[in-house]
Design a protein around this ligand. Sequence first.
Ligand code: ZN
Ligand code: ZN
Length: 284
Amino acid sequence: MLKLRSPVRDIPGTMSDLGCISFVSLFIPLCFVFQLCVVLPEFHEPGSLMFILTWIGGLFVVFQIAGNFLACMLVDTSIRATILTPPQEPQLRKLWRFCSLCETLAPIRSWHCDSCKTCVLKRDHHCIFTGNCVGYRNQRYFILFLVYVIIGCSYCCLYNCVYFWYLHKDIYLNSRTLMSLICPFVGFFFDISWKNVYLLTYELGFISLLYALILFLFHWPNVLRGSTTHESLSAKYDMGREQNLEMVFGKRWRLVWLSPLLESELPHDGVHWESLLRQSSKNR
Ligand SMILES: [Zn+2]
Ligand SMILES: [Zn+2]
């Protein structure tokens, strides 16, 4: 059973976390409403089969984005959610390190995060958009959040390009649009209108797509290699592709893309990596 962080005590850790969480929380519904209520009726007749199918697809993608975002934010992947039992063998115990801030022996692959104020199991990095560290227990949600942001934003960018530059070129194809795209908030200063809100949504969709794509291309090779950002040059924990995927997405890794609510038990406790170190060196 996954332990959750306390929204009052733990979230958000810093002001920049708070800013980024607020941005994502506003942007997801804004983009969803614009796309399905403003853009979509211009492409497909309301009530037609394509209109209904696109609505169903949109609801599925936004459920995935919001669900994985919340799970990544709330699932506690820190050492606080675990009973730590250092190995008895002195040789293995030596691999653990003492964290003076947590005042405890911390397992290998865990690192202390100043924003979360705790050591995090198999820590990958601190994600400012969810205000939580990405580690052993929530990496699945982080990766799937990126995947669905890429899918959703790709759809938005494609449809929006046709909407702005072909269907409504009479309104948008001019120098004031260019100014609103370069400095969106200056555009609002001169003209508070839906036109500028739509342009901002269009622009943020592109930026989100690009950012999520870069993050995904950076993190995915590590997932396949069984490593974290801290270990990206080593293959110490590489157990083979299938087992590496299981280590991130759980035993039902083939199905987790269906829903963030789908339970998929992780095969390891996230603490005792010493045994895995021996195993992976035997495999090599
Ligand atoms: Zn610590
Ligand atoms: Zn953190």
